[in-house]
Write a protein that binds this ligand. Structure first.
Ligand code: GCU
Length: 333
């Protein structure tokens, strides 16, 4: 085993028992076992973590135990921004992150996550599974990452502590948590709110203490994090359909053989198919769990949705000024 791989184990196996405990089938051969770390910021039962586990199983089986992926859920390896930095340095091998945290590093990614961009999920998948999506995955090499596959994360809506957001007026002056992203910050400003950028794992405490009034996310995140207990008014404004991406560090990729790369890409694609199935089921379960928690899910009228849409429309000029053709291509896909 290479020393670097040993260090990657991060305490999962004691040194003496290492091969015996973790080596799997490869311990019987002379070939070293290669260990990889996979960072996740969601909880164990969340669809993206379950898909990461499936990815790890496929990789282990197809490499006959010579490649082992150790999945670290619950942001154990750091928040998404820090994980991305560590991946650029080759210190973390894999992760799955929200596209929002990559956009300031690669501004053209904003085009894929503009508010009210897609008419529905099917349109987003036609875009991501087609040449546009592939070009964006390939382009991540420019920021030291290899984009492997797209994961579903539904659409995001606002939720608040002290009463439903039903109109644009209700957004005025609200302190709203946003991801570490200029686009998300400007979106909340455009809607009249006061954006506060926080890492995902700080949102619960900030809502609970009242240091923020509101946040925004998809229903499974709202439910799994318990935000529904501290901000029990979920408003169905569905402002952003924000995909997620499974990543491999480019530095790590560069050190792999062609055969290993192909194996990892294949497993990543299959784990994404699995995640999308799990996602659809989890959205339904989350809907029911939110309602039974006592939180309320409030629809927005069509007029108000149109007002939200109009309020964020200027962001297209600001963020997609030089990508008008691409926006058009997405709209017509
Ligand atoms: C979603 C996403 C996370 C992200 C979070 C956020 O839950 O799955 O990866 O961190 O949104 O709002 O920060």
């Amino acid at each position: 085993m290479e020393r670097r791989d040993f260090l990657r184990l991060g305490g999962a196996c004691a040194a003496g028992a290492l091969l015996a405990a973790c080596g799997g089938r490869a311990e019987q051969t002379a070939e070293p076992v290669r260990y990889f770390r996979y960072a996740e910021n969601q909880a164990e039962d969340y669809p993206t973590v379950q898909a990461a586990r499936y990815f790890a199983q496929l990789v282990e089986a197809r490499s006959e135990g010579r490649m082992q992926v150790l999945v670290y859920p619950d942001a154990t390896l750091g928040d998404e921004t820090s994980v991305v930095e560590q991946m650029q340095l080759g210190m973390i091998d894999f992760s799955r992150v929200s596209l929002a945290v990559l956009a300031d590093l690669m501004p053209r990614l904003n085009v894929l996550q503009m508010p009210y961009l897609y008419t529905d999920a099917d349109q987003m998948w036609r875009v991501l599974d087609g040449p546009i999506g592939q070009q964006f995955l390939n382009g991540m090499a420019d920021i030291g990452l290899c984009g492997l596959s797209w994961f579903d994360a539904g659409a995001r809506s606002f939720y608040s502590r002290q009463g439903p957001i039903r109109t644009l007026e209700d957004m005025q002056g609200l302190t709203v948590r946003v991801q570490e992203s200029s686009l998300m910050t400007d979106m909340v400003l455009a809607l009249g709110g006061k954006p506060v950028s926080l890492a995902f794992d700080q949102v619960y405490a900030s809502l609970q203490s009242g240091s923020i009034d509101a946040a925004e996310n998809n229903l499974p995140s709202y439910e799994s994090t318990g935000h529904m207990y501290v901000a029990p008014y979920f408003s169905e404004d569905w402002h952003s359909r924000l995909p997620e991406v499974q990543l491999l560090s480019k530095r790590v990729l560069d050190g792999l053989t062609e055969e290993q790369r192909a194996l990892l890409r294949g497993a990543a694609q299959e784990s994404a198919v699995y995640e999308r199935e799990l996602w659809v089921r989890r959205e339904e379960e989350s809907y029911a769990r939110v309602l039974s928690s006592g939180a309320r899910i409030n629809p927005l009228s069509l007029e108000e949705l149109e007002r939200f849409r109009q309020a964020v429309a200027p962001l297209y000029g600001q963020y997609c000024g030089d990508a008008a053709e691409l926006v058009e291509a997405i709209h017509s896909t």
